[in-house]
Every structure is written in C-alpha cells, then in structure tokens.
Design a protein around this ligand. Structure first.
Ligand SMILES: Cc1cc2nc3c(=O)[nH]c(=O)nc-3n(C[C@H](O)[C@H](O)[C@H](O)COP(=O)(O)O)c2cc1C
Length: 359
C-alpha cells in the first residue's frame, strides 16, 4: 500500500497521494444547476484524496442530461462551485471538474423551456431517462449539429474550462465515456456525419481532440485530463471497432501533453484498456474500476498506473484515504439515496473513528 500514499506530479497538478476520487453524478444541485450547501460539505469531507474529480457538469444548457445536475455556465454556478473548491482547498486537497456534454442523452422534460437536444446525427438513443416532472421518458430525438454548430460546442468547452478556473478548480477533465457527446462522435453507431467530424476513426476522434486542444489553450495543458472507457456500450453506444477508435483518440491526445488520461477497465476481458492506454498515451494514467483494499496495492504495479481512482468506496467512506492507510474496514452505501436530493446518503456517512465511537 505504501506506493499509494506517495506524492505524484500529473502535469501542473501535485497530488499528495495516488488515491483519486472518481467523478460521481449525485443530482444534488439546484434546479438552476447551482451547487448546493450539501455539495460543499460532501466534497469538503473528501478533501484528503490526492485528487477529486467532481461530477459530470454541463458546459451549456443544451448539454444537460440529468435532473439536478450542476452546470458551469452561469455566474451563479461559478460562485456556487467556488464554495466547493474553497472547502476542498481548505483541507489541502486538489479538485478538477469533469466537463460533460450529454448530447443526445437528454430530455425536454429536464432541460429549461425551449432548450434543445443535439448530437452528431439525428439518431435517438434507445432507452429511457428519469425525469422529476414526468417520470421515465424516452430520450429526445436530437437535432444533428451543423459543422459550425460542432465548432461552437468546442468553444463552449474552452469557456467551461475558463469558468472552472474562475470557480477555483485546479483543472478540468473531459468526460469521454458512457455514451455522452464525445463518445457519440467517436462511435460509428451514433455518428453518420460526412464532414470532417465523421467517417474514419481519425475524423470521429476530432471532436474530442479539438475540445481538449481548446481547453488546453484556455487554461494550460497541464490542467486538462481526459476520461475514456474503451469498449463501453452504456447509453446505447455502438462502435465498429472500439479499441481501434480509442487508440486513435489516445494517440491524438498524447500530442497535447495533457495532465493525465483517466482510463476505465474495458467491460470485456479481450480488450486490455490499461495496456492500450500505456501504449498509445504514455505513463500519466489514472486507472479505474473495481479497486479496493484487496487489490489496490498490486494494481499500481501490475498495470503500471500512476494513480488509482475509486468511486463507490468514496460514497460511504468520506475518510477512504485514512481507512486505506490504517487498514480499517470500509462502510457500505445505500443505493436508494444515490440520486435523491438532500443530505441523506450524501453527507450523512461518518468517518471511521466517529462511526466506531457511536457504534
Ligand atoms: C453514483 C455514480 C455516479 C457516477 N457518475 C459518473 C460521472 O458523472 N462521470 C463519470 O465519468 N463516471 C461516473 N460514474 C462511474 C465512476 O466514476 C466509476 O468509473 C465506476 O463507479 C467504477 O469505479 P468503482 O469500482 O471505484 O466504483 C459514476 C458511478 C456511480 C456509482
């Protein structure tokens, strides 16, 4: 375990340890996308992580996917996030914001009046989305973006990165997984474009690459990360050759000298996403999926990652870093309160010492 607690430099980010809190959508923002008091407390409680990647956050209203999902587009959202980053920095932590444009994963029952849903092509995703006002709903059929429209969204990503810095974030991470907009461009099943953003893998990778390039130009490459999950089929994602497509984007991203690549294990064992990332991107890797006390120590060595990220263990263990260090047992979490508003199941989990005292 010792290696996990050693400091690490990732681009301009100096991590005190190699335990990263992975991004988790928890739907605790206000209806206006403004971070709330419980979010300030939640992230502050976890401020001893080497790095926190804050939840998927929309760069513009069109990019919103979920109810009570935060944005980083308005002055009130920036001010709200500033309180979050202050709470994390007060604990000596680092926090970057995950920029998530949902593309076709969205619903007019969630977005503000008149806000549309857009995507690379006018192809509706299969499946349904939870809405607060109308229950389960099919995804909107998106409007296909014009080439100019794509370029405008690239610029929205640059502005989101500037806004994140204004809000005190140490950097940003582009959400390139789970069937949201960058992955909709990457995947042949959702991208039927005939302009320079569609067709070959190199063209399908162009949108994510340009977002990264412009975010890097806005705030410095050493403060920009990318998250990928080769082989992911979530949210109706289909690609003719996910490994080859991801290899292409990793190769392009490697030319930008980014802070890191945050890579998730592929869902099928035939695809070794960690090896692919190492070969195409290099050494600044944050590895994710399924790590815990039993396998974390070996994972850094076996997979030659720079750091590991943990999502679910951070839900019930605000003091996960200390628990891993001291070998204390981990608490479980309540699935029913994952996405409900308020403090229950969000800021209500105790640190081990406090839990032990009240037990
Ligand atoms: C409640 C919840 C919300 C999540 N939201 C996001 C998100 O906003 N962005 C993202 O990239 N991944 C998201 N994920 C995926 C996690 O970051 C992580 O990849 C996954 O849980 C596997 O890691 P783990 O085994 O440590 O839990 C979410 C996962 C959970 C459980």
């Amino acid at each position: 375990m010792k290696q996990l607690f050693e400091p690490l430099q990732l681009g301009d980010l100096r991590l005190a340890n190699r335990i990263v809190m992975a991004p988790m959508t928890r739907n605790r923002a206000g209806a206006d996308g403004v971070p709330t008091d419980v979010m300030v407390e939640h992230y502050g409680q976890r401020g001893d992580a080497g790095l926190i990647v804050a939840e998927g956050t929309w760069p513009s209203a069109v990019g919103q996917s979920y109810c009570r999902q935060p944005g980083i587009a308005t002055p009130a959202q920036i001010a709200g996030w500033k309180r979050v980053t202050d709470a994390v920095h007060a604990r000596g932590g680092l926090i970057v914001l995950q920029i998530m444009h949902g593309g076709r994963i969205g619903s007019r029952h969630i977005k503000a009046e008149g806000v549309e849903t857009v995507a690379p092509s006018a192809l509706q995703a299969a499946g349904e989305i939870v809405t607060d006002i109308a229950g389960m709903q099919p995804y909107d059929t998106p409007r296909a973006l014009s080439t100019e429209g794509v370029r405008a969204i690239v610029q929205e990503h640059a502005q989101a990165a500037r806004n994140a810095r204004e809000a005190g974030f140490d950097g940003v991470e582009l959400h390139g997984t789970s069937g949201y907009l960058p992955m909709q461009f990457l995947s042949s099943g959702s991208n039927q474009r005939t302009d320079e953003y569609g067709g070959t893998a190199a063209h399908r990778a162009r949108f994510a690459f340009e977002c990264l390039r412009e975010m890097a130009a806005a705030i410095g490459a050493g403060r920009v990360g990318l998250r990928l999950n080769p082989g992911n089929t979530y949210n109706d994602t289909r690609d003719e050759d996910s490994a080859a497509t991801h290899a292409e984007l990793m190769r392009q991203a490697a030319t930008l000298n980014l802070a890191y690549l945050h890579v998730m294990r592929a869902p099928t064992p035939e695809l070794d996403a960690f090896a692919l990332a190492r070969a195409q991107f290099g050494e600044r890797l944050i590895l994710n999926d399924g790590f815990g006390p039993d396998n974390a120590a070996a994972a850094l060595q076996d997979y030659a990652g720079a750091a590991l990220s943990f999502a679910r263990h951070f839900i019930g263990n605000p003091d996960l870093v200390e628990r891993l260090r001291a070998g204390q047992p981990l608490a479980r979490f309540d699935r029913k309160t994952l996405y409900t508003p308020g403090a229950a199941g969000y800021t209500s989990y105790e640190c081990y010492s406090a839990a032990a005292l009240t037990a």
